[in-house]
Design a protein around this ligand. Sequence first.
Ligand code: HEC
Length: 193
Amino acid sequence: MIRTIIAASAVICIAGTAHAADTCVIKGDHWDLDDAGVAALYNCMSARMVTGYTKGDDPVAPVYRDWTQTATRAAVAGAHGERFLLTFANDIAAPEYLKFASEGVEIPVGGVLAKESIKIGKEGKARIGPLFIMTKVGLDDAPDTGGWLYSGVQPNGKPLKFKQAFCHDCHVGWESQDALAYPLEEVRVSATQ
Ligand code: HEC
C-alpha cells in the first residue's frame, strides 16, 4: 500500500512498502518550486542523504550536519547539474565564508565546506546526489588548485572519482573570493545570525 505522508505545495512524499523506498516527487518545473515546496522536498530527502553518505568511511559524512548551515534552504543555482544544493561550513571556515565577501577572502587551512545535493530525475522523482567537499589544505599541498582539495561522496557512501582540475577549472572563476561560489544571494544566511 502506498500512502502520502507529505503533500505541501508541489511536492508529494510517498512512503512505500517494505519492498520500495520512499519516493519524493515534484510536480512541475523544479526551478519554480517555492519555499514551502523546497522545505517539503528537503524533509523528504534529509535523513536518507545522511544515511547514504555515511555508508562509506568518509570522515566528513557523519559530521557535516553539525556544522553551520550557510543558506536558509536548499536552492537550484544551475551549476552542479541543476541539483538542489545546500552548503555547510565547519568552524574554521564558517566565519570567513559567511561574510560572502567578493574580495580578499581567505579560508584558513583546515576549513571545510560540504555541499549536499538533490537531483530531480524523470517524472519529477527526487534522488540523492553527491556530497561535494572542498578542504583547505594550503598551497604547499595543493599548489595547482589554490590550496583546495576537492572531494566528494556518492549516495552509496563511496568516494566520487574525478580530476582536481574538473572542479577547480570552474571554481577558479571566483579567484578573488578564494574559489568560492557561494549560495544564491536570496538564500544566504547572514554572518550576524
Ligand atoms: C561548472 C562549474 C562548477 C564545477 C565544475 C564545480 N562546481 Fe562546485 N560550485 C559551483 C557553483 C556555482 C557553486 C555555488 C552554487 C551553490 O552552492 O548554490 C559551487 C559550490 C561548491 C561548494 C560550496 C562552496 C562554495 O563554493 O560556495 C563546494 C564544496 C563545491 N562546489 C565542490 C565542488 C566539487 C568537489 C567539484 C568537482 C567534483 C565542483 N564543485 C565542481 C560551480 C562548479
